[in-house]
Design a protein around this ligand. Structure first.
Ligand SMILES: [Zn+2]
Ligand SMILES: [Zn+2]
Ligand SMILES: [Zn+2]
Length: 138
């Protein structure tokens, strides 16, 4: 188990459950964004889909994970940095998907350029996915 699992759950005042510990561990150990089936593959115990789904929702609500829109309408999740909290996510970074290995990474230091919307359009979130080849696959 990754050393930060227990501390992270404590910091976010979350009760320790087997599913929460294992899901968080999967993210801390992978280092890149994971889709639902990637997460399931990494869990040692068998949790049902609903339990995993609820765990992911809790983590997104708390500011531990954020949604990463993948190509072809898929959804992945990425770890948040310290700046996120309950109901609040503070990041507008670019996501990069490698066509070779299929990994999607948070490029934490690459910010999405400001986009001005016409009057009457209210922005809630912005997603930018760049597809190409990552440094490991070149
Ligand atoms: Zn976040
Ligand atoms: Zn790659
Ligand atoms: Zn991200």
């Amino acid at each position: 188990m990754h050393p930060s699992v227990e501390k992270t759950l404590d910091d976010f005042r979350l009760r320790h459950t087997g599913c929460r510990e294992e899901v968080l561990n999967a993210f801390l150990e992978s280092g890149y964004a994971l889709a639902h089936h990637d997460i399931e593959e990494r869990l040692k115990d068998n949790f049902d889909r609903v339990t995993i789904y609820r765990t992911l929702k809790t983590f997104v609500d708390k500011g531990i994970l954020h949604k990463v829109l993948d190509d072809e309408g898929g959804l992945k999740y990425g770890l948040c940095r310290e700046t996120c909290g309950h109901q609040e996510h503070h990041h507008d970074h670019v996501h990069f998907k490698c066509e070779e290995c299929g990994q999607t990474n948070c490029l934490e230091n690459v910010l999405i350029p400001r986009v001005d919307l016409p009057d009457g359009y209210q922005r809630k979130e912005t997603n930018l996915l760049i597809q190409g080849v990552c440094p490991q696959c070149q």
